[in-house]
Design a protein around this ligand. Structure first.
Ligand code: ADP
Length: 419
């Protein structure tokens, strides 16, 4: 069956998150890492393209995303999704709005929705304000994110400066009483192109998906897309199918963590408490001594010990490193080092990779030369194991977005795979 649904994600963990939720339907999901270099051939019913465009300059993000859209259209896709983080990660000069407007222009559509809610992971939207658990976004640990600190919780206020056309709201009350379609039409008549849509539960997401399923472009977190395959299966646009079984290749494992999110800090602490060998990377040391120390340390560990390399640190330590090096440079030093360690591990036979952090995952996947992922079982909501090929070797890899997963995520991920 030809491709029907095409999605573009602004980072790699976001793409695997979306892929994991869509794969719950049993429909085969294919995920491309980076813009495909070949024209589409033998594509899956659901195709996702993972970009690393969240913090890229706007013009670059727009042109890459438009190219991805063109590829998905050439693959035959009829409905499109622009996926960003469920914490709406973006700087004030960010890419979410400009990319959405460019996609709307290319698709010739006048309206889209913005719904980053992910109730299973504690992200909800009420009256246009995004909450992380019980806290407004701007009071949550996201206020200290190394690259995209979120200092406002109101999605309309965050979005308005990024777009040229009016922004509006469809509240939870409208969604829950099944009146979203009418509200969208009313806003469209007023010229409102960008509609933030409240959602606090999976039932809300189902109602939103039902109301918006014929729109050419939807935007949001992964969760609002989750009900779409089921709706389209019933209409014959997507095949009814059982997911293909997932076989992880045998071989040692490594955990690489470049995320400084609050949950990742807890996950690293839990893994350290389990007694695995671990090395903490400090951007200030990396700036003077490079990656050699980390590579030498890794070479000295038994591959069977599932070692951990992490730059994960508390907000004060991140700020200190950034004050000396600049946020971008500090981030790149960490990303490059973890990527080099991933390659060294693969070269000595490691076949299972647990990676924490969106940007970090992008760097690691790129260094491993991974261009396509098959989606396997979810370890935690929005975090599936994936099958890939790296330098001719079958590998299993999971790309975990900062705040996803529970405290024992690393051990849980490794424990899911057969020895
Ligand atoms: P998340 O998914 O939690 O947002 P990311 O990998 O997307 O994680 O972003 C974290 C960024 O912070 C990366 O660019 C990473 O290299 C950088 N980083 C990691 N550790 C440190 C540190 N100790 N100091 C400064 N920056 C860091």
């Amino acid at each position: 069956m030809a491709t029907f649904f095409g999605a573009i994600a602004d980072d790699f963990t976001g793409a695997t998150d979306l892929a994991g939720l869509l794969a719950r339907s049993g429909v085969p999901v294919s995920l491309r890492i980076g813009l495909p270099t070949h024209p589409p051939e033998g594509t899956a019913p659901i195709e996702i393209i993972a970009l690393k465009s969240r913090t890229a300059p706007v013009a670059e993000a727009v042109s890459e995303t438009r190219a991805a859209l063109a590829w998905l259209r050439a693959a035959g896709a009829k409905r499109f999704f622009w996926k960003y983080c469920s914490t709406f990660d973006s700087t004030a000069l960010g890419n979410i709005g400009p990319v959405a407007e460019a996609l709307m222009a290319d698709l010739g559509t006048d309206q889209t929705i913005y719904c980053p809610a992910f109730p299973e992971n504690g992200r909800s939207i009420f009256m246009g304000n995004l909450f992380v658990g019980e806290q407004p976004l701007a009071e949550s640990p996201m206020k200290d994110h190394p690259l995209t600190p979120m200092r406002d919780s109101n999605l309309m206020r965050l979005l308005a400066p990024q777009v040229s056309r009016p922004v509006g709201l469809a509240t939870r009350l409208t969604v829950a009483k099944g009146a979203l379609r009418e509200r969208m039409a009313k806003l469209a008549a007023q010229g409102v192109a960008h509609v933030v849509v409240d959602a606090v539960s999976n039932d809300d997401l189902t109602l939103i998906a039902e109301a918006c399923q014929t729109m050419p472009l939807l935007t949001g977190g992964s969760a609002v897309a989750m009900p779409l395959p089921g709706l389209w299966q019933r209409q014959g646009f997507l095949p009814l199918q059982d997911a293909t079984p997932f076989h992880a290749p045998a071989g040692p494992a490594i955990v690489l963590s470049g995320s400084c999110s609050a949950m990742t800090n807890r996950q690293v602490a839990a893994y350290l408490a389990d007694g695995h060998p671990a090395l903490q990377l400090n951007p200030l040391d990396l700036a003077t001594h490079g990656a050699d120390h980390a590579l030498a340390w890794l070479a000295a560990q038994s591959p069977q010990s599932s070692p951990l390399l992490y730059a994960t640190a508390a907000p004060e330590a991140v700020r200190a490193a950034q004050a000396q090096l600049g946020a971008d440079h500090a981030g790149q030093l960490v990303e490059k080092t973890l990527a080099a360690c991933a390659v060294a591990a693969r070269n000595r036979g490691t076949r299972r990779f647990v990676v924490a952090g969106g940007e970090t995952s992008g760097a690691v996947a790129q260094a491993l030369g991974i261009t396509r992922l098959g989606i396997g079982p979810e370890i935690a909501p929005g975090v599936p194991w994936c099958a890939a090929e790296s330098d001719g070797n079958a590998v299993a890899i999971t790309l975990k977005s900062g705040n996803f997963g529970a405290e024992h995520f690393f051990a849980q991920a490794l424990g899911m795979l057969m020895p």
